[in-house]
Design a protein around this ligand. Structure first.
Ligand code: 5GP
Ligand code: ZN
Length: 115
């Protein structure tokens, strides 16, 4: 999917609404539209990257920034002490449905291996 039609690029550009949790120059965090737990936030790079398979060595600082945003989200939504899960679905077997790299931050209840 190209950036023009990418749903998360549209959210980043402000063409589609979202409930933002955190934003900086490189990342955006917003509530998932169909949450599977009390806390379910998506952390995305602002630059269009289809999946983890597209990341390269030069993206190391961006990956670090994404993890800083994940920490902020966890603290802001109060799951830093109770715990949470970070998930990145990739490809068909991973059930990736949006082809813009995103990290699910899921918590607020006891999770099982199958969620
Ligand atoms: P995936 O299945 O690719 O790992 O995750 C895509 C996630 O994006 C799903 O959890 C889905 O609920 C969420 N999602 C899809 N469209 C939208 C949208 O327009 N807004 C928001 N906030 N989340 C969306
Ligand atoms: Zn995109």
């Amino acid at each position: 999917m190209h950036e023009e039609n990418c749903i998360f690029c549209k959210i980043i550009r402000g063409e589609l609404p979202s409930q933002k949790v955190h934003e900086d120059e490189e990342t955006l965090a917003f509530h998932d539209i169909n949450p599977i737990a009390p806390v379910h936030v998506l952390v995305v790079p602002k630059r269009h990257i289809a999946s983890v398979l597209e990341l390269t060595e030069t993206d190391a600082p961006l990956i670090g920034r994404i993890h800083r945003t994940i920490q902020r989200v966890a603290k802001e939504l109060g799951v830093d002490e109770s715990g949470f899960r970070v998930v990145t679905n990739t490809g068909a077997h991973g059930q990736q449905t949006v082809f813009h790299l995103h990290y699910h931050v899921i918590g607020g209840r006891q999770l099982t291996w199958t969620m």
